[in-house]
Design a protein around this ligand. Structure first.
Ligand code: TXA
Ligand code: MG
Length: 304
């Protein structure tokens, strides 16, 4: 299965594959026509650059102009894993990948099927394998919901993390987190032994990561925070409780008992299920922990 799909990629086609974060829509990173198709079928604006996925450090050297010591450090600790690093690109990196920026984003996914595939095909660009504006896919079936039942997908089951990778710009100090993810600011600062900034995610005018200005990850049902003291009594609302344990056992009430890893893994699937089951809104109990989850939920609400 994987072998015939790697042939499709080598011949300029597109194949979706699993990673530990979300499914990616893969295309050969040296084939501009294949990459054009990715933008086209996703309906993705051309000013939103793509992440190149690699399976070893030699591949990184094909794209990055220079690898500084701090990047080596982060890569040695967090790769393979859910961290995307942005550095100055080599002159011959395709403009269509970087949307004309002088930087390119790289990531080595922590998933055997993805690493095996990239080992066979070479570096792959891979945005999340959803139609632009839909929640990212965390199961193969989600990819088929967006692109049709015959779309080529390597099925690796449910993604372990369920939220997109942390994106960090390492071009100049202080380095900047452009998208919060499973790997946290604290973990990165601890490895580097220095302070790292977090981009103002609400600053849409001159975004450092163009993707930040687009509303993302939203189901058709409207998403909102649960009001203080509100009872979960609407039949057409799906209630998500990250913290509180409710005695009520109705099917539209889901409790995560402060298990944020499980909540993150489940979020996009719940979003998609809510639409399929005809809920018209999703109400989520407020919580303090977990920057990446807060960021994705605020995006779905339309707050950032
Ligand atoms: O976990 C992930 O990162 C998933 C899996 C498939 O690896 N991929 C993913 O790709 O989320 P995508 O295309 O949905 O999001 C890529 C993000 C966008 O916000 C984009 O703007 C940013 O990375 N990005 C890409 N290249 C960049 C660059 N050169 N400078 C700044 N931001 C960049
Ligand atoms: Mg995406």
């Amino acid at each position: 299965m994987t072998d015939s799909l790697s042939e499709i990629l080598k011949n300029g086609g597109i194949v979706a594959f699993p990673t530990e974060t979300v499914y990616g829509l893969g295309a050969n990173a040296f084939n501009p026509d294949a990459i054009k198709k990715v933008f086209h079928i996703k309906g993705r604006p051309s000013d939103n650059p793509l992440i190149v996925h690699i399976s070893n450090m030699n591949m990184a050297r094909l794209f990055w102009h220079h690898i500084n010591d701090d990047t080596e450090k982060l890569a040695s600790v967090f790769w393979p894993g859910p961290l995307t690093i942005v550095l100055e690109k080599k002159a011959d990196v395709l403009d269509i990948i970087t949307a004309g920026l002088n930087t390119v984003a790289l990531r080595m996914p922590k998933h055997e099927m993805a690493l095996h595939l990239i080992g066979e095909t070479g570096p792959l660009v891979a945005p999340s394998a959803n139609l632009s504006g839909k929640p990212s896919p965390t199961k193969a079936i989600h990819v088929k919901q967006d692109f049709g039942k015959d779309f080529p997908v390597i099925d690796g089951g449910s993604c372990k993390i369920g939220l997109e990778s942390t994106v960090i710009n390492m071009v100049t100090e202080p380095y900047t987190i452009l998208r919060p993810g499973h790997i946290t600011l604290d973990e990165i600062e601890e490895v580097l032994g220095k302070k790292v900034m977090v981009a103002n995610l609400k600053e849409a005018l001159q975004p450092q990561s163009p993707g930040m200005k687009y509303s993302h990850y939203a189901p058709d049902a409207s998403v909102r925070w649960l009001s203080h003291g509100e009872n979960p009594d609407r039949a057409k609302t799906l209630y998500l409780y990250p913290v509180s344990a409710l005695p009520d056992q109705r099917e539209n009430i889901i409790c995560y008992h402060s298990n944020y890893l499980e909540f993150a893994r489940d979020l996009y699937d719940r979003f998609r299920q809510a639409d399929l089951q005809g809920y018209n809104e999703i109400a989520i109990e407020r919580f303090e922990q977990h920057d990446a989850l807060l960021n994705r939920i605020e995006k779905a609400i339309g707050l950032t």
